[in-house]
Design a protein around this ligand. Sequence first.
Ligand code: ADP
Ligand code: ADP
Ligand code: MG
Length: 669
Amino acid sequence: MFNKILIANRGEIACRVAATAYRMGVKSVAVYSEADANAKHVAVCDEAVPIGPPPAKESYLRGDKIIEVALAAGAQAIHPGYGFLSENEDFAQACAKAGLAFIGPPASAIRAMGSKSAAKALMEKANVPLVPGYHGDNQDADFLREQADKIGYPVLLKASAGGGGKGMRIVEKSEDFKAALESCKREAINSFGDDKVLVEKYLTRPRHIEIQVFADTHGNCVYLFERDCSVQRRHQKVLEEAPAPGMTEERRRAMGEAAVAAAKAVGYVGAGTVEFIANQDGSFYFMEMNTRLQVEHPVTEMITGLDLVEWQLRVAAGEPLPKKQEELAIHGHALEARVYAENPEKGFLPSIGTLRHARTPHAVAFELGAGAMAGTPSTVRIDSGVREGDAISPFYDPMIAKLIVWGRDRDEALAHMSQALSEYQIVGLASNIAFLKRLVESKPFATCDLDTGLIERHQTELFPPAQPATKHVLALAAASLLASESAGVASDPWAGTSGWRMNGALQRRLDYADETNNYAVTISYRKTGWSFQVGDAASDLSLIQRDGKDLVIKLGGETVRGTVVRDGELFHVFTGGAHVALTYNDPLAHAGQAEAEGGRLTAPMPGKIVAILVEKGKAVEKGAPLLIMEAMKMEHTIAAPASGVVDELLYAVGDQVAEGAQLLAFTHK
Ligand code: ADP
Ligand code: ADP
Ligand code: MG
């Protein structure tokens, strides 16, 4: 086994690899960009070396520098994690040349699977079923459109070099083909430096089912069963589970064997995932192979009781696979939710900021290693690369954590997930936690009515209108405010405070608001506590216990528990599994108010201008696309907030813009 490995990644995967290395007695070396000097992955590794400025191109993608660091530190191997250099054949080759083991497949296997088009050609030869489509070299727009016409609409355009859900366009009809092709090619060249595309039949209501494979250098290759990753947004996984609901033994074997055949066809070594797209009737087609560890690998670890990173290290060190196919078995059910810094209500737009408050569910410590999970009645595992106080920056993935749960069966796993999500608290940036909870509890997910369009199709159920804040929420916010004002003088809430606005005798009005409503809360002081009134009904309110941000109050006859986190004028109240952000209208603060954001003419986040679609002086209709920004690995179209005229373009293509920067001057008609 190696003495020391370098981890060429960041965030949760770097931390996760470091955990296994530590357990195996292998030293780990972290690398980090200037943005990550205080990051968790730097803290958990044995050594850490800076490699450059924040942009990935100047740090985490600097293979040459990373190899230099590895050699200088005396590491014998490099683990690339996922993303970044993990599927870069030149890097894999450069490692070998430098005498370092690349903890991944041989460069030739990465190359063979790196192009979705070339991979499909290979799979065709290996008799692995393919989605009908064209994956050849002819890239002429008219020719491709003819192919699409032949396949029949809807079709899916894919960047051959694509990944991470990027570079894909659904085309509904022939007339739309050219525009979609152009936009697909633009995204492909920007993201992957290669604008080759393939066209395939767009399946309706498909499921994404993938097979984990593992091969060693001794000619062994096994499959570690399937993961169902059908629940997606923007073609990116949101929930992943294993085993796949409804999977039969027979089909599992068929898919497993097809995946092993795919791996063998390219001389695969190490951990890999063969992704299939499956019809509701169970028929399946090869989609692509990811030649690396997958983000969702923990669900496989949970049901097999194995540590896949340990297997990776053993295989890279030349050892045979620890188990044979017939020694592998599935125990129970595992589910993973990707907790992202994003705003599901605003089209899942990524959000950046500092985790001012972060509280994770009561995780039962996850012990890596054989059989650790098997038979454990309740297990929650959290893989995260950030801690309270850390930032989600615009430079990298907006992932906050992966929440993984295990149950004896699917229903139990779902119940654990729902509970864990209720306990997960994040303040400081938008997160998808509440959305994930609704998703996990939704009827289609609970009843396994799964396909990749689930989120789209159940918009109404998944995005219910915001509910007015409950009395519990308002009372917790009020109690927290009153308690903090009188901190230290618990016996007399009126003492020690300054500037209270009293209306008449010992009465005070607290004004709160959320997105939907304003709430006037009247607090009256009584010898025995407070009286809390919102609307007509008044109730007694008293603070039973306060431990930092955690409160227990008594409201009328009810005991209510919650956590209240104050962030300036915002009161974040967590109670009963819900998170409500209330704005407190402090009569004393005269904060310069409301800079009514001119539609989305300002940059929603820092990013790069990739296309300008209008000219100066041009009149546009409401909703017309004006320019396209790229930020956090996504394209964002900035549209006209109303009909009007573009007076001035303030940036050019290629410019980097700051969050909130005005992008163009615009006059409403
Ligand atoms: P797929 O490629 O099928 O979407 P995954 O869901 O496993 O497979 O996503 C892997 C992608 O996630 C990578 O290609 C990368 O873009 C992104 N990613 C997630 N976390 C990280 C990270 N810490 N560093 C770099 N990339 C990451
Ligand atoms: P990436 O490299 O971005 O992971 P994939 O080829 O794996 O790209 O596809 C990502 C997702 O896009 C799939 O999980 C599925 O939801 C959807 N998808 C891909 N191909 C098809 C298809 N032919 N029909 C319908 N949906 C598809
Ligand atoms: Mg994929």
